[in-house]
Design a protein around this ligand. Structure first.
Ligand SMILES: Nc1ncnc2c1ncn2[C@@H]1O[C@H](COP(=O)(O)OP(=O)(O)O)[C@@H](O)[C@H]1O
Ligand SMILES: [Mg+2]
Length: 259
């Protein structure tokens, strides 16, 4: 079982979108996945997964022994392998690292999971400090925006402090056209500037926003490059060697990877 924290020091770079896409792709591969909304500032995954009406208890209820793991877990109706636990509507502080560790143990005792994915708040937030120490892997999400790239670099340093050994960069909202025209940072430049090896590239695709607003995942939107990107990342997290942009349509790989 592998615990993965999804993070960035910046809000709005797509952490939650990336969490949902990767969790759905892993579950679709037959992996048993638990997705934890640990954005203590502004929960969103319940909405993005279409589970808002089903959420009764949250990760803090579990961490503070107000409820058992079976009652707190929800199963996604479309992906039976995907379990979910939400964040509180209003976090009033007071959670410790030990409390979070306790919640994780209860969840692991209840079910066997292949992957636990943890969505976090933007910024150097408490949610990162409480959960990162338990994670072997950190996925750092960045867009091509200069402030987001700087935030990704800082996120790597924060993950170092908490002992997260394996760190990987996810480039989200990648604008193929602008990059090839030299208007945005390129892939190699982003790897250089964040000092983080790449795990995957998710294209800019307005349909992802539309789907998440309807509580649906990239798997409901046909065979898009975005869906393929999540599938490729899921495969890589399972140890497969999948070259960048495998299965993408309508792009000239050489043009933007090596320009
Ligand atoms: N690859 C993408 N293409 C287009 N829009 C995206 C993409 N990734 C995220 N978004 C949109 O960006 C906004 C912020 O995404 P979100 O996942 O909530 O970010 P965060 O969790 O980092 O705050 C949302 O409206 C989301 O739909
Ligand atoms: Mg979020």
């Amino acid at each position: 079982m592998r615990k993965i924290i999804v993070t960035s020091c910046k809000g709005g770079v797509g952490k939650s979108t990336v969490c949902v896409g990767i969790a759905a792709a892993l579950a679709n591969l037959g992996k048993r996945v638990l997705l934890i909304d640990f954005d203590l500032g502004n929960r969103s995954l319940d909405l993005m997964l279409g589970l808002e009406d089903a959420v009764l208890y949250d990760i803090c209820d579990l961490a503070l022994d107000r409820v058992g793991a079976d009652s707190a877990l929800l199963i996604h109706p479309q992906f039976p392998n995907l379990a979910f636990i939400g964040a509180p509507f209003r976090y009033e502080g007071g959670l410790t690292k030990e409390n979070f560790g306790h919640a994780l143990s209860l969840l692991e005792e209840t079910r066997d999971f292949d992957f636990i994915l943890i969505d976090t708040s933007g910024g150097a937030h408490e949610s990162v400090a409480l959960s990162a120490p338990f994670c072997e892997t950190g996925l750092i999400v960045s867009s091509q925006n200069p402030t987001s790239i700087r935030a990704a670099e800082k996120s790597g340093l924060i993950l170092d402090e908490f002992g997260v050994k394996e760190q990987r960069l996810i480039i989200n909202g990648f604008d193929m056209q602008k990059e090839s025209l030299g208007k945005r940072a390129g892939v190699i430049e982003m790897i250089d500037r964040t000092h983080t090896p790449l795990c995957g590239i998710i294209p800019l695709d307005a349909r992802l926003t539309l789907l998440s607003e309807q509580g649906r995942t990239a798997f409901d939107g046909g065979k898009t490059n975005a869906r393929r990107a999540f599938e490729n990342i899921a495969g890589r997290l399972c140890g497969e060697n999948i070259p960048l942009l495998t299965g993408f349509s309508g792009i000239r790989r050489k043009q933007f990877l090596y320009s």
